[in-house]
Structure formats: C-alpha cells, structure tokens
Design a protein around this ligand. Sequence first.
Ligand SMILES: NC(=O)c1ccc[n+]([C@@H]2O[C@H](COP(=O)([O-])OP(=O)(O)OC[C@H]3O[C@@H](n4cnc5c(N)ncnc54)[C@H](OP(=O)(O)O)[C@@H]3O)[C@@H](O)[C@H]2O)c1
Length: 261
Amino acid sequence: MMSKTALVTGASSGIGLELAKLFAAAGHPLILTARSGDKLESLRKELVETHSVHVEVIVADLAEADAATKLADELASRKLVVDILVNNAGFGELGRFHEIDVERQVNMVRLNVLTLVHLTRLLVPEMIKRKSGGILNVGSTAAFQPGPNMAVYYATKAFVLSFSEALHEELLERDISVTCLCPGPTETGFGADSGMGDSAIFKSNAMGVEAVAQAGFEGLKNNRAIVIPGLKNRFGAFMTRLVPRFVTRKLVKRLQVPNES
Ligand SMILES: NC(=O)c1ccc[n+]([C@@H]2O[C@H](COP(=O)([O-])OP(=O)(O)OC[C@H]3O[C@@H](n4cnc5c(N)ncnc54)[C@H](OP(=O)(O)O)[C@@H]3O)[C@@H](O)[C@H]2O)c1
C-alpha cells in the first residue's frame, strides 16, 4: 500500500488526526478534510515536515446535503485519485430523542450515514477499475445495540457497521479491503461535544486515541471486517449476542442518563 493516497474525513482532530499521522508515517500521500481549515493546515505542515509526504487540504462541511458530490468534484478538479477512503467524520449527542435539537439530529444522520454512503459510492467504481483500494469506516461499539437516550447516534453507527460488513463481502473478490473500526469511549473531543464525556461509564472506559487509530490502521491493512479495540469493548460487543435485546436496551437506558439542563 506504499504510495496509495488516503482521503481522511474528520482529520482535524481525534481519531481521524491520528489515522492521518499513521498513513503519513507509512508513506501514503494524504487528502485531509473537515471544517476547521486552520487545524488541517497545521496538520498538513506537520506531516509534510515529518514524513515528506504530499498532503492536500479540502475544507468542507460534510453534513451538507450535497457534500459528497462537492468533495468528489473538488478531487476531480485537483486531479486527485483516492485509493484509500477513511470515513471517520462523525458526531453524537446524548439526550432524549424529542429534546435534542432537530437540526443537529438531521446533520448527524447526513454526516454519519448519508455522506459516508454517498462518498463511498462515488469513489468505489474507480477502485474497482484499478483492482485495488481500501475503505476504513469508523463505526462504534454503539453499533451493536440500540441506545436509549442517544437513539439517533446508535442507529447511525448500526447502519455503518451493517453497510461496512456487507461491502466487505461484496468487494472481497475485487481486492478492495473494507474494515469497520468500532471504538468504545476514546479520549477525543467527542466526549465533550456529545455530552457523554463526564459520565462515569465514559471516563472509566476511555481508551487512548493512538491505540484506537493503530487498531483501525492495522485492521485495514489485514482486511479485517470488524475491529473493536480493547478487551472490555470486545467483551461488551460479544455479550450483546448472548443477552436478549430487551435486556440490553434496558441496561443501556440505565447506564446512559441524559444531562439535565
Ligand atoms: N471518541 C469516542 O468515544 C468515539 C467512540 C466511538 C466512535 N467514535 C467515532 O469516531 C469518529 C471520530 O470522532 P472522534 O472521537 O475523533 O471525535 P472528534 O475529535 O470530535 O473528531 C470529529 C471529527 O469529525 C469532524 N467533523 C465533525 N462534523 C463535521 C462536519 N459537519 N463536516 C466535516 N467534518 C466534521 C471534525 O472536524 P471539524 O470540527 O473541523 O469539522 C473532527 O475532525 C466519529 O465518527 C465518532 O462517531 C468516537
């Protein structure tokens, strides 16, 4: 995979930023995208200086309805070819379904689901023609069960996991790797942004972001369908197969309490 170009969405912070560093360290040219142009630009400088790789920055709001088309057009106008697509950008929100800002929920579905599918659909045909490529989708351990008090987020991640597993099988004979990285709580800006960061369950289980990114990077290299970093997280995901769903969802409801404002 030495000189293959990787496009990383949500590369301005957290897991996406760490993944970008790993791809750069392995010699991959990069295309970084997110809304925060200043952060992307300073990461670009750092990666060019440290790893001497070519890095392009595309500032974009991927929650916009036509975000994937716009991004693909920008790639085409810069004559950039994407060999590895890292669909990482995403966010969540703790709270009761009927109380969370509706615009935020719609944007969440657009970013976590719609843009991820649309961008993949626009870029995969070229990978198929070249008979090589890779897709790393960032799901979550939230994908393995319904999430009362975070209903939309859990559902978006269940979609990402199902979609990724199906594509993994479809694209096996095309020599295109598809991996779904399913982190549990991870020390990034996600905790504070989603309102989950202060909960005991999040704090006591949070993993370091480097280890999570490394697991995803290795998983894609070895074309593993699902990567769940951390023993506790793997155990939790496994238990959802043994425990009846009505029990699991009630447990999540008890553990995941909305912040009262
Ligand atoms: N941290 C966790 O506990 C955890 C656990 C499981 C799964 N995940 C998943 O991991 C992925 C990365 O999150 P993280 O933990 O690294 O959180 P983070 O540090 O908050 O990073 C989120 C990234 O997504 C980008 N992003 C957010 N909204 C965007 C938009 N509208 N358009 C374009 N980019 C946007 C952000 O960049 P800008 O703000 O610059 O746009 C940022 O680069 C997400 O899909 C998340 O669901 C996280």
